[in-house]
Write a protein that binds this ligand. Sequence first.
Ligand code: SGN
Ligand code: CA
Length: 515
Amino acid sequence: FAFIGISAVLISAKLFGINRHKEAAPQKPNIIFIISDDHAYQAIGAYGNKIAKTPNIDRLAKEGAILNNQLVTNSICGPSRACFLTGKYSHINGYKANDGKFDVKQQMLSGLLSKEGYQTAWIGKWHLGTLPGKAFDHWEIMPDQGFYYNPDFINQQNDTVRTAGYVTDIITQKATDWLDKRDKTKPFFLVVGEKATHREWLPDIQDLGAYDHVNFPIPATFFDDYDGREAAKEQYMSIAKAMELDRDLKVNVDFENFLLYKRMNKAQREAFSNYYIQKVTKDFEAKKPSGKELAIWKYQRYMKDYYATANSLDRNIGKMLDYLDKKELSQNTIVIYASDQGFYLGEHGWFDKRFMYEESLKTPFVIRYPGKIKAGSKVNNVVANIDWAPTLLDMAGGKIPMDIQGRSFWSALNGSKTGLAEKPVYYHYYEYPGPHLVHPHFGIRTSQYKLIRFYGKLNSWEFYDLKNDKHELHNLAADKKYEALLKSFKSKLLTAAQEYKDQDAIKYLTLQVLE
Ligand code: SGN
Ligand code: CA
């Protein structure tokens, strides 16, 4: 009799579609991670920029938390994404420089979330030298760096398809199309990989000239002489020398024949030619700047293109937020906006990234999770991109595998009383010579100090007190007053290299330099 009773309950539960297990699944938060390319925190309103129009990134910060010391562990595109996906350093996940082939069969955040019942997708720029394979349930990525106009996408059938339009719009469209047709019984983890604001900074046509009225303030370190910093002297990433007038700034470009523009349609090419030939090139020819004036002219043009390119990025983040509102998904969706690394906007006279100095080490990171993260939170803890995977797993109620090297900073986001213990972030950059001649280096950064060791062709120490030298102009490594502190930081650095099992760095530190 009892048996019949239980069966009846089970049968009626089925009939009325009540399946406890199924119902519980969507309670886990959805996750949308928008990762841009080379978008500097200095160019975002929420980070204090007064010129940039970034209302939607600012909205995320206002409705959630902004992280002021979010660092990357290897400031370059593919390697940063690999650290994000694995929660492990480059020497462990195997992807040290952009020319590698990322092993997608290794343990990744997407697979771990799958085990927690998530559907996973990566749409947009991927740039890891291989295809995502089975690492995501759904993916559609651009080959290599991708194009701003009429970009190609590789789909899961391995077809490369050219899509008409502007890249940032297309990526949003593809992302929301996938959300529309996803399995709605499961929570989702969606990564939106933006191309913007990568070099050569091609804005959407509607944004051409959006910042032409602005005279950008020249950064305090624009004419840096790199005194006391040998590696900084040898780079090839200065606006004055390495930024190209035609390719980067579109002066006197042959729009009919230049590879980048050949893939544009007639209307797109005309809009570009009208703006860059009629306006920008004319301005250049009228002024014929040289020396310092040329460097400043280039900087102004660089900023105008860079900021204009970011307009579409922000607008598309707005479209995504509107979509979530419309579908009533905002409440149970964690939305993160971050970049793969920071970028120089004229600081030290540079563009690009790679160095362990603040502008490229620090990446923007804002996160919204209604009801769970207090609106308007400001997080100053020093954290890193290897922490993203464990943090998200933690937020999703999943178990963090022992071999993940990062740590969850959920306790710093949710305002828990225990908070997050201070821990130095370890960094290691490899790609040399690469396009910008930045010497390989490793180091640690705490809330106040930074120790860097350049190695290889150039062997040197750099040590900074960030509180008293925020522009990192005074290398204290040879300063007698700092001898004891430097010594303690060298041993902290060795401890970090050992903890993270960075054998190359350990070798350098123990065999050659730690006296
Ligand atoms: C390209 C760029 C470089 C940039 C790398 C890596 N040159 O080579 O300036 O540093 O990508 O960027 S370009 O003229 O081809 O744009 S990353 O973000 O993908 O790491
Ligand atoms: Ca990048």
